[in-house]
Design a protein. Structure first.
Length: 290
C-alpha cells in the first residue's frame, strides 16, 4: 500500500493541493536577511513517504538519484550519507499504521558542529541554515564527532573529500527560491518560514487538532533549539527521535573553558588554517610543475 501511495504522490509532483497556511509561510521574502532564523516545519501526519523530497534534493545538489528499490520500510533505518542529504524512514504503529519521518541536518540555532570547527568551515549563517565551506575545511572531522544528531558525513572514498550535509538549499534561498524538498513536497508536509512563524503554526495545528497530534514540537528546545521542527501523531521516541538531548545548546558547555584557556588555543585555529592553505598551495604548485 505504501508503494502505491508513493507512486501516486510522486506523479502529482508539485501540483499538490495547498493545505492550511502553507501558501502564507512557504515564501522567501525579498529582504531575506539576518532579522530572524529561517527554518522548516515537518508534519509527519501529512507525509506519505513518497520520497519526492529525496529526489528533489538529489537533483538540486547533483547527487545520485535514489534507488527506486530503496524505499522506507518499517524495521529498516535508512541513514543519510555522502550521496544523500535527506532520507525518509517508516515506523509501524499499532493503531495508525505506517508513520513517516524525514531526516537531515537539524540546523541548530547554536550548532555544536560550528563551535567545534577549528577553521570556521562549518558556519551558522545569519539567515539560519548551517553550511559547510570547503575552502576553509582542513578535514579534521570534529564537526562529525560533535554533532548530537550524527549528521555531517565525510567522502572517505574521494581523492578530494568533502563534508556532506543538508544546507537547506542556501544557494536557492539567496535566489528567492524555496528549499528543493519544500518546493517538491506534494502533500505539503514541509513548510518554510521564520522559526517564530513555524512554531506558531505548529502550535495552531496542535490546538485545533489535538486528537491528531502529540502535544509537543521536536526541535523547539532540543539542543538549544533547531531550524528543523517536527510535529508527530505519537510521542517522538516512538519514531526514533533522541528525546534525551539537553535543552541547552552544546556549545554552552564549553563557555567556561573558552574564557580560561591560554591564548595559544585561541590562535590555534588560524595557525591550522594557515598550514592547511599552505599545504594546498604547495600541492598545487607541484602539480603545475609536473
Amino acid at each position: 500500500m505504501a508503494i502505491n501511495r508513493r507512486n501516486f504522490f510522486r506523479a502529482l509532483g508539485v501540483t499538490g493541493v495547498a493545505l492550511g497556511t502553507g501558501k502564507e509561510l512557504n515564501a522567501v521574502p525579498e529582504n531575506f536577511d539576518d532579522k530572524e532564523f529561517y527554518g522548516i516545519l515537518y508534519d509527519s501526519t501529512r507525509c506519505v513517504g513518497c520520497q519526492s523530497c529525496e529526489v528533489a534534493c538529489a537533483l538540486a545538489h547533483d547527487l545520485p538519484e535514489p534507488d527506486p528499490e530503496d524505499y522506507p520500510m518499517p524495521g529498516t533505518i535508512r541513514k543519510t550519507n555522502e550521496t544523500r542529504r535527506t532520507v525518509v524512514n517508516a515506523y509501524e504503529h499499532e493503531e495508525l499504521g505506517e508513520i513517516y519521518v524525514k531526516s537531515q541536518c537539524m540546523h541548530c540555532s547554536q550548532p555544536a558542529c560550528a563551535a567545534a570547527c577549528l577553521t570556521q568551515a562549518m558556519k551558522k549563517t545569519e539567515e539560519g541554515p548551517v553550511i559547510w565551506r570547503d575552502k576553509k575545511c582542513m578535514g579534521c572531522r570534529f564537526c562529525m564527532v560533535s554533532c548530537p544528531f550524527d549528521v555531517p558525513k565525510f567522502e572517505y572514498h574521494s581523492s578530494n573529500p568533502d563534508i556532506v550535509k543538508c544546507d537547506m538549499c542556501f544557494d536557492r534561498l539567496k535566489e528567492g527560491e524555496l528549499p528543493a524538498c519544500v518546493s517538491d513536497c506534494p502533500a505539503e508536509a514541509l513548510v518554510f518560514g521564520t522559526r517564530r512563524e513555524l512554531i506558531k503554526e505548529a502550535r495552531r495545528r496542535i490546538i485545533e487538532n489535538p486528537d491528531s497530534y502529540y502535544d509537543g514540537i521536536y526541535g523547539e528546545d532540543e539542543a538549544g533549539g533547531t531550524g528543523y521542527l517536527y510535529l508527530s501523531p505519537v510521542p517522538f521516541e516512538e519514531l526514533g527521535f533522541n528525546t534525551k538531548l539537553q535543552k541547552k545548546s552544546y556549545p554552552e558547555l564549553t563557555k567556561g573553558f573558552l574564557y580560561s584557556v591560554p591564548s595559544v588555543f585561541i590562535l590555534w585555529p588560524a595557525i591550522l588554517l594557515g598550514i592547511h592553505n599552505a599545504t594546498k598551495n604547495n600541492a598545487k604548485s607541484s602539480d603545475d610543475n609536473e
